[in-house]
Structure formats: structure tokens, C-alpha cells
Design a protein around this ligand. Structure first.
Ligand code: SAM
Length: 251
């Protein structure tokens, strides 16, 4: 079950449990016992559905924070504005399970070091965020073309604006699984464990033999990387490098 659906069920279960207990007279009167019981039941329901640990903390805090927020004198428009901001930045993260975070400079340099030299390459960044990786690579490899596909509107718009001057960068808004990867020599991914099996399946189907798939931090499940690059930065980034051996050309 998708995590967002589990969270919805856990919240509903939490409220059902707290309201039943309150209705039966088993809770002291007042909003805090109700909110506390809701938090307890929702957290237990989320744990029973094997939700990730951070969801348990969210469920434990959600109802008490609703009470606090309800008592604070904050105009409803602020909540709407915060929601709208999160929506344009994170967009479908609840479904893709890939939030926005950016590759750092050391990683960009390490990735540039992996790009074969002596010929112009086409490089695709899956989920290109604000385009910072593409701009950094373009500075290091002016002979190559860099494309990005990003689903979320705000990072995509920012990347479009910032890449206007660079003729070798093109960013498109959409789902990176929708278009063809066939023209690319290198495909870079900094995503999450969730889409990696699908990324590899598409890479094998569409990329030419010899093309590289480089994944920042998240290895492809069940597949031994051809190379692992230790970036040597503070967060101990690892780049998992996979060479496509049986691409579409040999099928
Ligand atoms: C962790 S960020 C990486 C940003 C950039 N590639 C970098 O390394 O700095 C992942 C991005 O992928 C985007 N994303 C996730 N799934 C996507 C999909 N199926 N199609 C397009 N973008 C996607 C997210 O919106 C997020 O901005």
C-alpha cells in the first residue's frame, strides 16, 4: 500500500478509536484526552501497517498539533499559502516517494570525472530538481549536452530560468519514465530506493550497450554495480555505476 494511503487509514483509525472511547465515556472530558488517544491509536495503526519510522512520529504529533494550531490565532490563508508552497515544490512526492534534495558540488565533480572523454556526450538527469547538477556539469564539460526532466513545477521553473543562458542545457517538465532514454550516453539518478528497479528496467530496454547509469546513494536492487565511487564528502556519498551490457541494440 502506498505510504500516503497508509497514513490516511492510520489517521481515520486513530479518530475512530478515540471517538468510540470518548462516546463510551472511557476518556476524561476535554480536547486533550481525545487528541492524545487519537495520536496513540493512529501511531499504533501505522506501526501495525509497518509504516516507516518517521510516519510514527508524524502520527504521534499530528492531532496534538491540530489542537495547538486551532488555538493559535493564525489566519487560514497562511495554512493555504504553506500548502500551496509545499505543493509546487514537492508536487507528486507522496506518490513517487522521491522528495527534492540536491547533489552537492563534490558529487558533481565526481560525476564529471566518470563521463567518458574525447567525444561529446548526451547526459540525462532523472528528476533534475533546480538544475544545479546540470549547470555544474555543463561548466565542467562544455562539449556535452545535458537534459533534465522534472515533475515538480517550482524547481522546474527555477531550473528553466537559471539555464536560459546555457545553450547545452534543456529541462523539460514531466515524468522521466514517460520519454525515451535512447539517445543518452549517461543517465544520472538521485532519487530514492523506491523507483530504482524500474529505472534499471527502462535503462536496459532503451539505452545503447556501453551507456552508463549512475545512481547517487541508492543502488539498483539485486544488481552488482560495475563500479562504486566514494565521493569523499561529509555525507559519505556513494555513486553506484552500472554499465548497460544488453541494451536495446542487441535485442
Ligand atoms: C533528490 S531530487 C534530485 C535533484 C537533482 N537531480 C540533483 O541531483 O540535484 C529528485 C527529484 O526528482 C523528481 N522526481 C521524482 N520522480 C520523478 C518522476 N517520475 N519524473 C520527474 N521527476 C521526478 C522530484 O520532484 C525531485 O525534484
Amino acid at each position: 500500500m502506498p505510504p500516503a494511503l497508509k497514513a490516511l487509514f492510520a489517521q481515520i483509525a486513530g479518530w475512530a478509536c478515540a471517538l468510540l472511547l470518548a462516546g463510551a465515556g472511557w476518556l476524561p472530558p476535554g480536547i486533550w484526552p481525545l487528541a492524545g488517544m487519537q495520536a496513540l491509536c493512529a501511531t499504533a495503526a501505522a506501526a501495525a501497517m509497518r509504516s516507516a519510522r518517521w510516519w510514527l512520529a508524524i502520527h504521534a504529533a499530528f492531532a496534538p498539533l491540530l489542537v495547538v494550531a486551532g488555538r493559535a490565532d493564525i489566519a487560514p490563508a497562511w495554512y493555504l499559502a504553506a500548502f500551496a508552497l509545499l505543493l509546487v515544490v514537492y508536487w507528486t512526492s507522496f506518490r513517487t516517494q522521491v522528495p527534492l534534495y540536491l547533489s552537492n558540488r563534490a558529487t558533481i565533480a565526481a560525476l564529471a570525472g566518470l563521463l567518458p572523454v574525447g567525444r561529446p556526450l548526451r547526459v540525462l538527469d532523472l528528476g533534475s530538481g533546480t538544475g544545479s547538477l546540470l549547470r555544474g556539469l555543463a561548466r565542467l564539460r562544455p562539449d556535452c549536452r545535458f537534459d533534465g526532466v522534472e515533475a515538480a513545477p517550482a524547481p522546474w521553473l527555477l531550473s528553466r530560468l537559471l539555464a536560459r543562458a546555457a545553450g547545452q542545457i534543456a529541462v523539460r517538465r514531466g515524468d522521466f519514465f514517460a520519454g525515451s532514454w535512447a539517445p543518452y550516453d549517461v543517465v544520472y539518478a538521485f532519487l530514492s530506493p523506491v523507483p530504482m528497479a524500474r529505472v534499471w528496467a527502462k535503462a536496459q530496454q532503451e539505452l545503447m550497450p556501453g551507456a552508463l547509469v549512475v545512481s547517487n546513494s541508492f543502488p539498483i536492487p539485486g544488481r552488482k554495480p560495475d563500479e562504486v565511487v566514494e565521493v569523499g564528502d561529509r555525507r559519505a556519498t556513494r555513486l553506484y555505476v552500472y554499465r548497460v551490457a544488453d541494451g536495446r541494440a542487441s535485442k
